[in-house]
Design a protein around this ligand. Structure first.
Ligand SMILES: [Zn+2]
Length: 102
């Protein structure tokens, strides 16, 4: 499991390396498909697709993060709850926040 800081470092590194590779690739592909390559144009296009990529990556991550979150059943009320709001007692039973306070 990564810390939030490690995730941020990985995400920034991934984006920076991806940007460099994509920018270099535009100088390769544009002449092949008959698009004139200029430094400014290629940088602008790469910034655009980097923004699209960050948005796609963020939305997919949030979606799968939500779908894969572990759920536990409360021993008291039998309701399914997100694991991160559950509490475990000394006998290993899980209780939701509401039932723990009673
Ligand atoms: Zn409960």
């Amino acid at each position: 499991m990564q810390t939030k800081k490690q995730s941020l470092v990985e995400s920034i590194t991934n984006t920076a390396v991806g940007f460099g590779i994509s920018l270099a690739a535009t100088f390769l592909i544009f002449p092949i498909v008959g698009v004139e390559s200029t430094g400014t144009k290629n940088v602008l296009i790469t910034i655009f697709f980097t923004a699209v990529s960050i948005t796609r990556s963020y939305l997919l991550r949030r979606y799968f993060n939500n779908a894969n979150i572990e759920k536990e059943i409360c021993e008291c009320c039998n309701k399914k709850k997100d694991l991160n709001i559950m509490h475990i007692d000394s006998d290993g039973n899980w209780f939701c926040e509401g039932c723990l306070k009673e």
